[in-house]
Write a protein that binds this ligand. Structure first.
Ligand code: F6P
Length: 531
């Protein structure tokens, strides 16, 4: 057994879980009218109601004891001080510094702020030039469309945030996001675009990612097919990368290469120059507000006592269900269509960060780590998988995310939407038991007592979205500290990349097929039509 699972704090939580098996959420609310106030807090424009969880003061105390046992306070200080929190790649994790201001930081980190400020100034200048039409395409026409070519962290953050904010903030230039190696992604995007007025951003931290380079090369060819001049490439391609020299070698003009440092992880990079499509699509001031909202959450996280610290409490409640109630799934349901890409964004953030079973010191964990994160927007999801949430065998904790003011004039839509959101968390909690005289009583039985958090934003703005993302970033980090894993590396995705190269060479007839298994060879034969 590991030190963690042997610890008194862990074992106390196991005992608490035994005790809480008799706990009823409905009874807890009936017995205590102050429960909703007791288990709620506000930070950075976000209201969190965590009262519909299997918690009471003793459980919370035991969870806080676990945080203390695992050195969460020290771990947060290490993040804040810029220590190496990613030892397998020997890097600090300074994504939060991108939204910091002078005086927010400790020690030497202040010295990085001028460099960060210069890149922001460049983003501001160039995005202004594109929006106002001072910067134009090769044939002198102003840009109307931007296509961001990137994948993973070089796609999900800006794509999700653009989707969320575009109704409110549109600066006039339409943004599109192409990620998939499947050519349909690029082709569908390009079919409506004019090469004369299209600007591409090749976004890749490493500038070696196969999908991104393949799409970028095809996009380049599309441009050249129409403009018929190699020189056009320099006017229509920007790059964002922590390997600027590779971007320049690919053919991107020096002043259109936007760098960021390797201490910004891909899935934490929306705050860096990876946010360039947001600067162009929403306007630079909106990007600054986005950073400011995240900064407000950072200040709350770095300074609040754990008993009222939103990311820490969300993390501990997640640990409670993953490790002590053995819930291996967690659903994220935004009740706002603008946030429909948010579950996908969180999938990378949380599962690429904490989907590991090796501790930071290289030991196998003997406890589970990150649950599977998934979700879709409500109310659509009610008509697809909510059946399972209500009556399926697993207990799946849910985060409901709702926006009070929908930002549109259709009041009745919004009232129905929010009523549905609240109805779902209440129904999950209450369940249903009909009288035995009802012939369908067994089929209609709903166990209830199923937990959820509800997060409310007053409005969906760049600032509240920034705070929401930062909340989940910090939650993810705190969980990694409890599980004693490195949240900032991703070795598990590398092997698949290597094997895909081997298979491609076999597919092309140059690789050694004897290294392949019979299933892969049979599938290859079918694909090639030789079987
Ligand atoms: O394959 C996983 C990954 O490395 C992610 O961590 C990253 O966000 C994505 O690929 C894209 O990488 P890059 O920005 O270097 O192209």
């Amino acid at each position: 057994m590991s030190e963690l699972t042997q610890s008194a704090a862990w074992q106390r939580l196991q005992q608490q879980q035994q005790r809480m098996q008799a706990f009823s959420l409905a009874d807890a609310f009936a017995a205590d009218h102050g429960r909703a106030d007791q288990y709620a807090l506000s930070a950075a424009g976000i209201y969190l109601d965590f009262s519909k969880n299997h918690i009471d003061p003793t459980v919370l105390d035991a969870l806080l004891e676990l945080a203390s046992h695992c050195g969460v306070k020290h771990g947060i200080e290490r993040l804040y001080n810029g220590d190496i929190v990613n030892p397998s790649e020997e890097r600090p994790a300074l994504h939060w510094l991108l939204r910091a201001q002078a005086g927010d930081t400790a020690g030497e980190l202040d010295k990085l702020l001028p460099e960060i400020g210069e890149i922001k100034q460049h983003l501001d200048d160039v995005s202004q030039q594109v929006i106002t039409g001072r910067l134009r395409g090769y044939t002198g026409k102003p840009f109307t469309d931007v296509v961001n070519i990137g994948i993973g962290g070089s796609d999900l953050g800006p794509a999700m945030a653009y989707q969320a904010l575009r109704n409110e903030q549109l600066a006039g230039i339409r943004c599109h996001f192409v990620a998939n190696m499947c050519a349909h992604d690029l082709l569908e995007t390009l079919q409506d675009l004019d090469p004369h007025t299209t600007l591409f951003i090749v976004a890749s931290k490493s500038f070696t990612t196969l999908e991104t380079l393949q799409n970028a090369n095809t996009a380049k060819q599309w441009l050249l097919d129409s403009l018929q001049d190699e020189n056009a490439v320099a006017s229509h391609f920007f790059a964002v990368s922590s390997k600027p020299e590779l971007a320049r070698r690919w053919g991107i003009r020096e002043e259109f290469v936007f760098p960021f440092r390797d201490w910004v992880g891909g899935r934490y990079s929306v705050w860096s120059a990876i946010g360039l499509p947001l600067c162009i699509g929403l306007g630079y001031p909106a990007f600054e507000q986005f950073l400011a909202g995240a900064r407000a959450m950072d200040r709350h996280f770095f300074s609040s006592d754990f008993s009222v610290n939103m990311p820490v409490l969300l993390a501990l409640i997640g640990i409670w269900y993953s490790n002590f109630w053995h819930c291996d799934q967690h659903a994220i349901i935004p009740y706002d269509n603008r946030l429909r890409r948010f579950p996908a964004y969180l999938q990378q953030l949380m599962m690429e960060s904490n989907g590991k079973s090796c501790t930071i010191n290289g030991q196998r964990t003997d406890y589970t780590t990150c649950p599977a994160i998934w979700g879709e927007p409500g109310s659509n999801a009610q008509h697809s998988f909510f059946q399972l949430l209500h009556q399926g065998s697993p207990m799946i904790p849910v985060d409901f995310i709702a926006v009070c003011d929908g930002g549109h004039p259709h009041h009745e839509h919004q009232q129905w939407l929010l009523s549905n959101c609240l109805a779902q968390s209440r129904t999950l909690m209450l369940g249903q038991q009909l009288a035995g005289t009802d012939p369908l009583a067994a089929h209609k039985f709903m166990p209830g007592n199923r937990p959820s958090n509800t997060l409310l934003l007053q409005q969906l703005t760049p600032a509240t979205l920034g705070a929401l993302i930062a909340l989940y970033e910090h939650k993810t980090y705190v969980q990694s500290l409890i599980w004693n894993i490195n949240a900032f590396d991703q070795w598990g995705v590398e092997l698949g990349k290597t094997i895909s190269r081997q298979i491609k060479s076999v597919m092309e007839g140059t690789g050694d097929s004897r290294t392949m298994d019979s299933s892969t060879m049979a599938l290859l034969a079918r694909i090639r039509g030789t079987n």
